[in-house]
Ligand binder design. Structure first.
Ligand code: PLP
Length: 374
């Protein structure tokens, strides 16, 4: 069976040059980057180089970047860490109802600890109205955490405007950029954010590595307490091979930002599904303000899992969980108020650098037949 991989928002394959960048640190080089001897120095140099590469992608300086184990750790670091250092200023956080669990669940945890969290809603395309955030700002608000783009439907938020609201209120601003990094620009100056996180496995680097931008001068409590790694901000001996891989992936990503070929294939898939299925293929997410690789479709009156079940060659994600024959909308589709007849049939197709026109055409044929037969 030749698999058609359309799940790049879940994880990307590791790029061959990323693997090459990692290999020396799994082989000849093995020292501890904190050691000042001959086996440690090359490791430190590799970490330094990767930090420059990641900082370059963010438009940040190297001392503003720390490495983490991925997007989840980075979100926990910001959300929990800031409550320690800003406790005296307030106990209120604003986020949205469509964030990834990496943000929602640290917020839920803090609610149990006595913090108040406001989850602003979205419109039917998944877009947040910045005015809705203005309306929720309070004197005790310490953090606004809004994702750059949504993983399920790809809607891109107006982070620069929301950061402006935060700045005016003296509030810190965090964006989870796990889904945008490498797909659209993630320049922290243009976005105006104080914190931004990325996940390596969405960026052609391996699972288990990520990075967090922390604007210079911001004091935030570390999540990991231990030795003084990462300038005392993230304790634990650095996984040098993973870091070297992330650095190379960041460098590659910068070179792909202007590449429109993935968007063209994404639009080809959309057109093929609409041509074959008409209004039974409903676009979910914003028609324009959307990640160039992402197409979420609600197959009306179908169950997404069954559609994909009938197309075993296609790797994609469903937008509804199905347990014991009972479908349940995802929290994101619920927040967008997508009707059940469409939401139950939701499938997210996310394309990437290796997707081909032939794969898209084959996928269209299989999906149209599967939906028509359902
Ligand atoms: C938007 C978003 N944030 C955070 C994460 C979590 O990243 P990681 O898997 O590296 O912890 C993901 C991964 O699915 C994501 O899509």
């Amino acid at each position: 069976m030749s698999v058609i991989y359309l799940d790049y928002n879940a994880s990307t394959p590791v790029d061959s040059s990323v693997r090459e960048a990692m290999l020396p640190y799994l082989d000849d080089y093995f020292g501890n980057p904190s050691s000042s001897h001959a086996k440690g120095k090359p490791m430190r140099q590799a970490v330094d180089k990767a930090r420059e590469q990641v900082a370059g992608l963010f438009g940040a300086s190297t001392e503003e970047v720390i490495f983490t184990s991925g997007g989840t750790e980075a979100s926990n670091h910001v959300i929990k860490g800031i409550t320690c250092t800003r406790r005296e200023q307030g106990r209120h956080i604003i986020t949205s109802s469509i964030e990834h669990p990496a943000v929602i669940n640290p917020c839920k945890y803090l609610e149990k600890e006595g913090y108040e969290v406001t989850y602003v809603g979205v419109d039917s395309t998944g877009l947040i109205d910045p005015q809705a955030i203005v309306d929720e700002v309070r004197p005790d608000t310490i953090l606004i955490s809004i994702m750059h783009a949504n993983n399920e439907v790809g809607t891109i938020q107006n982070i620069a405007d929301i950061s402006e609201i935060a700045r005016e209120g003296g509030i810190l601003m965090y964006t989870d950029a796990a889904q945008t990094c490498g797909k659209i620009p993630t320049n922290v100056q243009e976005l105006g954010v104080d914190f931004l996180s990325i996940a390596g496995h969405k960026l052609y680097a391996p699972n288990g590595i990520g990075a967090l931008y922390i604007r210079k001068g911001i004091n935030i409590e570390p999540l990991h307490h231990g030795a003084g790694h990462e300038s005392g901000r993230r304790a634990g001996t650095e996984p040098v091979a993973m870091i070297a891989g992330l650095g190379r992936a960041a460098e590659l990503a910068a070179g792909h930002l202007d590449d429109s070929s993935v968007k063209e294939l994404r639009d080809r898939l959309h057109k093929g599904l609409v041509d074959g299925l008409g209004d039974q293929a409903v676009l979910l997410g914003h028609p324009e303000l959307r990640l160039p690789n992402t197409l979420a479709i609600g197959f009306r009156n179908c169950i997404g899992g069954q559609v994909l079940g009938a197309c075993p060659e296609i790797c994609a994600s469903t937008g509804a969980a199905c347990h014991s024959g009972q479908a349940k909308r995802s929290a994101v589709l619920e927040a967008m108020d997508v009707s059940e007849d469409v939401a139950f049939g939701a499938v997210r197709f996310s394309l990437g650098r290796h997707t081909t026109e032939q794969e898209i055409d084959r996928a269209i044929g299989m999906l149209v037949s599967a939906v028509q037969a359902a």
